[in-house]
Ligand binder design. Structure first.
Ligand SMILES: Nc1nc2c(ncn2[C@@H]2O[C@H](COP(=O)(O)OP(=O)(O)O)[C@@H](O)[C@H]2O)c(=O)[nH]1
Ligand SMILES: [Mg+2]
Length: 276
């Protein structure tokens, strides 16, 4: 097979989809979640990175493997480990690869996940934007499923839920789970949305939603999650949820979020639930 044929038959490409449609039929394709991602569409993957030397390279490899045209926007939030050296290597390797553009930015002082995301959002150039943590808790191979409602113009925003579906979920902290559920319920009371996982990392946005919201975002740390949820709800964007797998990590494995962030989240639920 020539390179050109290989590109044409890349999974999710129009030709690849057409082949499946002819053999399986349209309704089976729909049941299996097979659809066509427009050739020229670009996904912006915004990755906040804080002391993630252990997982960063592996994560970036997994993102690059996903057969969708993308840019990876990596924001180093003043890590004190080897993160910057790894980012420099990745940027150098990326070179001219237009299918997986790599762009690296850095903060001079540590500000938090929300601040790193704002920096990333202000640089995006793609049609759809997804948030990707730099650990390996979420699986980038699930991007095509997450993008589908936006590409099919049913949604403006998609949340990946760790509490839906039969994907594999690592069994971990009960109190953490309860905390997440509690924050989601509280957030839903204010937004009148029936979300199952407000704190999920996988939030996907149509580019216009990001352009509209970025100048308004204020929260620097993990308060970002309830803030953006409230702002999206207030503007009545169409929201979908998709089940995702979750391979949670322990604090020993590098998790950053703690009980203080839970209180901060609760405050943000009230704050942005009451007024914009
Ligand atoms: N920019 C920035 N990112 C952070 C900070 N703390 C955590 N992160 C990033 O935010 C993401 C989520 O952090 P994590 O500890 O896995 O939290 P959780 O998965 O939401 O419980 C990871 O990509 C981290 O590197 C921080 O202080 N600054
Ligand atoms: Mg994480």
């Amino acid at each position: 097979m020539t390179d050109e044929q290989q590109t044409e038959l890349r999974p999710w490409s129009p030709k690849w989809y057409e082949n499946h449609r002819q053999t399986l039929g349209e309704s089976a394709c729909r049941q299996l979640g097979l659809y066509c991602i427009p050739e020229q569409m670009r996904l912006s993957v915004v990755i906040p990175v804080y002391n993630e030397e252990a997982t960063l390279r592996n994560l970036v490899d997994r993102v690059r493997e996903v057969p969708i045209r993308k840019e990876l926007i990596l924001v180093n939030d003043c890590s004190s480990d080897d993160t910057q050296r790894i980012l420099d290597e990745l940027a150098a390797e990326g070179g001219e690869d237009d299918f997986n553009r790599i762009r690296v930015f850095a903060h001079e002082v540590n500000q938090g996940k929300g601040a790193a995301l704002r920096t990333g959002f202000s640089k995006v150039d793609g049609d759809i934007v997804i948030i990707q943590d730099a650990d390996l808790e979420y699986d980038p191979s699930e991007y095509p499923r997450l993008l589908k409602p936006i590409i099919e113009d049913k949604a403006d925003v998609v949340f990946g839920s760790r509490f839906l579906g039969d994907q594999a979920h690592r069994v971990l902290y009960w109190w953490h789970y309860l905390g997440n559920k509690f924050l989601t319920v509280m957030s839903n009371c204010f937004t009148n949305l029936n979300l199952t996982d407000m704190e999920t990392c996988y939030k996907v946005f149509r580019r216009s939603v990001i352009d509209e919201l970025t100048p308004r975002l204020k929260q620097n740390r993990f308060g970002f999650e309830p803030e953006i949820t409230a702002r999206v709800a207030r503007r009545r964007h169409r929201i979908y949820e998709i089940a995702v797998s979750y391979s949670g990590r322990t604090y020993a494995e590098g998790k950053h979020i703690g009980w203080r962030d839970g209180f901060q989240a609760l405050w943000c639920i009230f704050r942005y639930g009451i007024a914009d």
